[in-house]
Structures are given as C-alpha cells and as structure tokens.
Design a protein around this ligand. Structure first.
Ligand code: MG
Length: 349
C-alpha cells in the first residue's frame, strides 16, 4: 500500500511538473513578430498567464525608442526605424505586474515563392540531408522555407536528423557528449537545433520549417521535446522565422498551449480543414496525393484562413498541378526545378 501511495505521489508530482512547464511564468507573447516600412503594426502583446489581457505594458532596452504601444496593446514600430536597413530590432516588453519577455522584431523581407526545401537543399548540392550546409544552400537559392527534423537526446539536447537513429545510434537513448562526436558525410558535426537555428537567424529571407518528431519511447518524451523546442525558440528569439509541423497532433496542440500564436501545420493528412481551423492551426501540410484526391480541401482551407502545403513534390508534372491549384507552399527535394518553374510562371503574367 505504501508503495502504491509513493508511486502515486511520484506520478502526481510528474503531472504537476508537466503542467507547470505548459505556461512558463512571467511570459509575454506577441501574435506577430514582423513589420515592413508600409505595415508598421507589429502585433498585439498578450500575457500568457492571465485570462484577461491587461493594459500597462512597458518597452525597455536600447531599441525601446523605436517602438510604441497603442490601444488594445498593439505594438507599432516608428516610421524611421521601419524604413531603415535594419534586419531586426531586439525589444524587451514588461508588464506592470512583473512579467517580462524579449523579442526579435524582424524586417519582413521573407520570400514568397512557395518553395520549401525538404531537409534543406541537399540533393543537387551534394550536401547531407538536414545538415547546416543544406540549410545554407536553401537560403542561398532563395527558397521561401527550409524544412528540418528535430529529435532529443537522453539528456534533453535537441538534434537535427530525419530518422530516430543516425549511423546506428538511437538519438533518444544516447547523451549529447556522444552525439556531438558524430560527423556527417561532409565532416560537419551532427547539428544541434541551437546551431541550426542560429545559422537560420543570420538572415531574414528564408523561413525555418521545424518538424518535431515523435519520441519512439513515450508520449511524455514527445511533449517534453516539444517544450524544450519552444523554450529554445524563445531564448534565441526565433519566433518570426518558424512554422512548426508534426505528424503527432498532441505535439502540435502542446505547441499551441504554450504559444497560442505559433504557426502550426499538421502533416497527418486525415483531418479536414474545418477541424484544423477549429483548433487554431495555421495550415495543412499533407502528402500531395491527398490534395489531388480531395481538391475541394484546398478551397476549404483557404476559406478557413489556413495555408496549404504539399509534400514531397519532386515530379515536374505534379509541381505544375500544385502551382495551377494555388497551393501556398510546395515541399520538394528539387528546389532548383521548382524555383525555375515559379520564376517562369511569374514571367508569363
Ligand atoms: Mg521532415
């Protein structure tokens, strides 16, 4: 009996711990992180912990003078700052009750050409998939986004790799000391998520499409991984760059519990646009065959303000179909070919 009580207490403590991580203390949120010289409303400031949004936020730090808050907690960038060449401004926002967060407010020069490089641009550049080199190529080529996959080591460090194993090593069961000794075929070390995001944050043209992989071990580890990802994204102020994708619906729901304004797209394929919209998702990111079988889902998604992304489209004819049917994004191992097609389409107009 004593044993049962002991383990029940452990279980409850575990649950309490998980719950505490869902809504980090002293956290403020923004519902958008970008501006242009013409569109100077950045977004609204929200408190993650209070049910009712209060007014009374204060801007701090050396860039505070470039911003101001108007009614409904709307954050605006001032005209001179918005029309400067700056790539971004870091800004601290505090509430009168002691909550405080810092944000990177980014000049929106993000590309709109639909092309998402799948695991980076690796195939024709002869780079390893999911390497920092493949990310750099996607950026240099001018892709709208570059996709990559995230796993977590036994000591909770996040790594970029497609499969749960690399070179026979199961990422989840090995420590970061050992994982960081693994070299990819181009002699790059197995990238951590931190190194990967830091590379992506050197620019503001290509977005980062972050796939959270389910744990092979347990749902708890999948959710712990998700929280680690969000923690790191907050720490290095990467929010403006990121869309989260996953085949695991619980992972994406957890993302939205922690940051209700995060851009989240589901990979699974079986949920209709209305149900994703009801759960406040950003988009559908499905196998291309699903859209060819259910063409009406494209219109339904757009009517529900959802974005539509198809993977993994490598065949030129299927690329043409996706472009003709007005998908928002197309994920491909052949970004060079798709960039060419998008360029030709623009020239025809
Ligand atoms: Mg992936």
């Amino acid at each position: 009996m004593k044993k049962i009580i002991f383990f029940s207490c452990l279980y409850l403590a575990g649950l309490a711990n998980l719950k505490a991580q869902q809504a980090p203390a002293n956290l403020l949120l923004l519902n958008n992180y970008t501006y242009t010289s013409k569109h100077r409303l950045v977004g609204e400031i929200h408190s993650a912990n209070s049910v009712q949004d209060k007014s009374g936020f204060i801007l701090k730090g050396q860039n505070a003078k470039f911003f101001h808050i108007r009614k409904n907690n709307q954050l605006f960038i001032r005209k001179n700052a918005a029309s400067s060449d700056a790539q971004w401004f870091d800004l601290t926002v505090s509430s009168l009750t002691g909550e405080s967060s810092y944000f990177r407010i980014v000049n929106n020069r993000f590309i709109n050409n639909k092309v998402i490089a799948h695991r980076g641009s690796w195939k024709n550049t002869k780079s390893p998939e999911n390497s920092i080199a493949s990310l750099q190529h996607a950026i240099l080529q001018g892709c709208e986004g570059s996709e990559f996959d995230v796993h977590m080591s036994v000591d909770s460090v996040l790594y970029i790799n497609h499969d749960p194993k690399i070179q026979g090593v199961e990422i989840e069961t090995v420590s970061s000391d050992n994982l960081s000794k693994i070299l990819l075929s181009n002699s790059e070390v197995l990238p951590t998520l931190r190194a990967y995001l830091e590379e992506g944050l050197k620019q503001n043209r290509t977005k980062l499409i972050l796939e959270i992989k389910s744990s092979v071990i347990s749902k708890e580890r999948s959710l712990a991984l998700t929280e680690k990802v969000l923690q790191l994204v907050r720490e290095i102020k990467a929010q403006a760059w990121i869309t989260y994708i996953s085949f695991d619906y619980d992972i994406l729901k957890r993302v939205l519990e922690v940051d209700p304004f995060a851009k989240v797209a589901y990979l699974g394929g079986e949920k209709n646009p209305a149900s994703l919209a009801a759960d406040k998702f950003y988009g559908l990111d499905y196998n291309y065959a699903i859209f060819q079988n259910k063409v009406n889902w494209i219109k339904e998604a757009h009517a529900n303000n959802l974005t539509v992304n198809a993977w993994t489209v490598n065949d030129p004819k299927i690329m043409d179909w996706m472009l003709a049917n007005k998908l928002d994004f197309i994920t491909t191992n052949e970004p060079e070919l798709l960039l060419k097609k998008v360029g030709e389409k623009l020239a025809d107009k």
